[in-house]
Design a protein around this ligand. Structure first.
Ligand code: AHG
Ligand code: MN
Ligand code: MN
Length: 319
């Protein structure tokens, strides 16, 4: 079995990109260790402040953000970082070639119940003479050089794409390194499993309500087959399930808060997950367009997300 560094060396990824990936994933190993200490390290619970998006920050949101930020700042290949937990982008090295956007801890409502969380990252190539600005980050997801996540679950896993398919790695905690455990990940076109937060049902559009009603009706309804439902409440866990055994995941538009067109963030969640899902043969759309084609208007922009099994995403969009 090959280690992550062996896989990266054998790939045709530029050395600077390999450095960024090594730095990011090494920090994730440190985050994983901090998570494992849990209450023993006094790191559970709320931090006592809100992020720029008005969400309550957990201590571990702040800790993992600070760890990633400081490690990436000292990686010469990094030009700037953007984070769900930072108001503005943070310029790093003017001569750096890569921009990294990340959700340092996805699924933070799971922290206090010892359930799955993860780190999601999205990497763009971008060289310039001047310090980076927010405008440099506003590129469509099709331009991502790499995307991935680290899932802190019963085992710690890295799922990565540099644009040539998707690979899965498992952390060997004794050797402190990721080892490739699945060389090529694919998502079946059809599925009988869906993921959505059903408590938002009354806020969805009429067409989304119609689609989900038909899934729930199963064999007795228009779809003529039964569906199972799962919701991890951490996108990283729900997308991981889809990459492992298929399915469709939705966080659609809802009318709960008219200022938010969706819950999930384009740059830190939707784009990197869309790249992984497409690279595995699935689809990732909003209700109107392919996620990777969206021209971002701001780093903290939110979008509706419908992703997973290609035929099922098409079916959903047909409503
Ligand atoms: P974050 O913890 O980074 O704010 O993201 C949480 C997101 C996403 O991971 C998950 O799919 C969704 O919020 C869960 O939403 P509900 O609370 O509506 O279940
Ligand atoms: Mn998140
Ligand atoms: Mn987060």
């Amino acid at each position: 079995m090959q280690t992550l560094s062996q896989v990266l060396k054998a790939s045709n990824a530029p050395v600077a990109l390999q450095d960024v990936l090594t730095t990011t994933t090494n920090t994730c190993i440190d985050i994983c260790k901090a998570l494992h200490k849990g209450s023993l390290a006094g790191i559970l619970g709320v931090a006592g402040n809100e992020n720029v998006q008005g969400e309550e920050q957990k201590k571990l949101d702040v800790i993992s953000n600070d760890m990633l930020k400081s490690d990436l700042m000292s990686c010469p290949a990094v030009r700037a970082v953007a984070s769900e937990e930072e108001d503005d982008i943070v310029p790093a090295n003017t001569n750096g070639e890569y921009l990294i956007a990340f959700d340092p801890l996805d699924g933070s409502s799971n922290i206090d119940i010892n359930a799955m969380v993860g780190t999601i990252f999205s990497i763009y190539h971008d060289q310039g003479e001047k310090p980076a600005t927010e405008a440099d980050f506003l590129k469509p997801g099709t331009e991502q050089a790499a995307a991935g996540y680290v899932l802190y679950g019963p085992s710690c896993m890295l799922v990565l794409s540099t644009g040539q398919g998707v690979k899965m790695f498992t952390l060997d905690p004794e050797k402190n390194e990721f080892v490739e455990t699945q060389e090529s990940v694919t998502v079946d076109k059809d599925t009988q499993e869906f993921a959505i937060n059903m408590s938002n049902q009354r806020f969805w559009s009429e067409s989304m309500q119609g689609y989900v009603n038909d899934l729930v009706a199963g064999k007795d309804g228009a779809r003529d087959k039964n569906f199972n439902m799962r919701w991890v409440a951490a996108m990283v866990g729900d997308v991981h399930r889809i990459l492992c055994r298929g399915g469709i995941f939705m966080y659609p538009w809802d009318s709960k808060d008219p200022t938010k067109p969706g819950k999930l963030r384009l740059m830190y969640e939707a784009n990197p997950m869309a790249m992984l899902v497409e690279q595995a043969g699935g689809k990732a759309h909003t209700h109107t367009q392919r996620i990777l084609d969206i021209q971002p208007e701001g780093i903290h922009q939110r979008v509706p997300v419908i992703l997973g099994a290609a035929n099922e995403v098409d079916k959903c969009l047909s409503y």
